[in-house]
Design a protein around this ligand. Structure first.
Ligand SMILES: [Fe+2]
Ligand SMILES: [Fe+2]
Length: 274
């Protein structure tokens, strides 16, 4: 497998380009209520990336220069995904509350704190925890790209579609780093594979579930991933992760999202796309 070129990644990194987006067209095209809800949730997840980075930087990861260089750029690009989404919402006449960041942070669940403590203490014990973090990151980048992909396919707003295509391009680069890091650290290391398997099986849940709330996640699942056919991109993501040494069993993304969709519909009824 070709090495990830970290120098090139850092050189080419930066805020997602908004300079040539047609905001007038965006305003005219508008957004549906469903799109507004989904974008606010995804934007929250993006702007809170730094909370995840706090965990990722724990222990041995902080001593690896490639990982720290990557994470520095990663958190900046993710923040800009959130800011770009906020800008688009405002331009489309659906601005967020000014103190949204504080509110979302306060509401973020205790589970995240527990996970943070768990992963930080575990990460200090062994450098073999790094591939678990890297695998976790690869899964989350692929999941985020799938969520944006569903919006790109369904929206009638061409400016939103273009912005999300640009964001997805960066998510794919992020995925590539995590995946290659995970691969080289899992290869020929059965202990690392066992630890990664344990961590993902026991703790991994769909990206953003802590920060944005299960209800919003359920809404996305029920709207965009409620059938076997619509979940094809999630199974593609699973197939990719199965390519990691020791991760051949990975099939919980499709299952978790299917369950989320079912639970949401049982509680609230089928969501409306408009
Ligand atoms: Fe992102
Ligand atoms: Fe990303």
């Amino acid at each position: 497998m070709a090495e990830f070129n970290i120098e090139r990644f850092v050189d080419l990194s930066g805020a997602v380009d908004l300079s040539d987006l047609d905001w007038k067209l965006c305003r005219e095209a508008g957004l549906t209520d469903a799109e507004e809800r989904i974008l606010k949730y995804l934007g929250d997840t993006e702007t809170h990336t730094i909370l995840y980075m706090r965990d990722l930087l724990a222990g041995h990861s902080a001593r690896d220069s490639e990982i720290t260089a990557f994470l520095s750029v990663w958190v900046y690009e993710e923040l800009w995904h959130g800011r770009a989404i906020s800008r688009l919402l405002a331009e489309a006449g659906r601005p967020e509350d000014a103190d949204r960041y504080r509110k979302v942070t306060q509401a973020s669940s205790i589970r995240e704190t527990v996970e943070g403590i768990l992963s930080q203490s575990a990460a200090h014990l062994t450098p073999r925890f790094i591939p678990a973090h890297m695998t976790w990151g690869a899964i989350n980048e692929l999941t985020a790209a799938a969520a944006y992909g569903a919006l790109i396919e369904t929206t009638k707003n061409p400016v939103l579609a273009e912005l999300l295509r640009r964001i997805v391009k960066q998510e794919r680069k992020h995925y590539s780093f995590y995946f290659k890091q995970a691969h080289k650290r899992l290869e020929d290391d059965s202990w690392a594979q066992a630890l990664t398997r344990f961590v993902i099986k026991r703790f991994w849940t769909v990206v953003g579930s802590g920060v944005g709330g299960w209800d919003n996640l359920g809404f996305i699942a029920a709207l965009h991933f409620d059938t076997h056919e619509k979940r094809a991109p999630l199974r593609d993501a699973e197939a990719t992760i199965q390519g990691l040494p020791g991760m051949e069993w990975f099939n919980i993304l499709d299952k978790q999202v299917a369950r989320l969709a079912e639970t949401y519909v049982a509680r609230h009824g089928a969501p409306v796309a408009a």
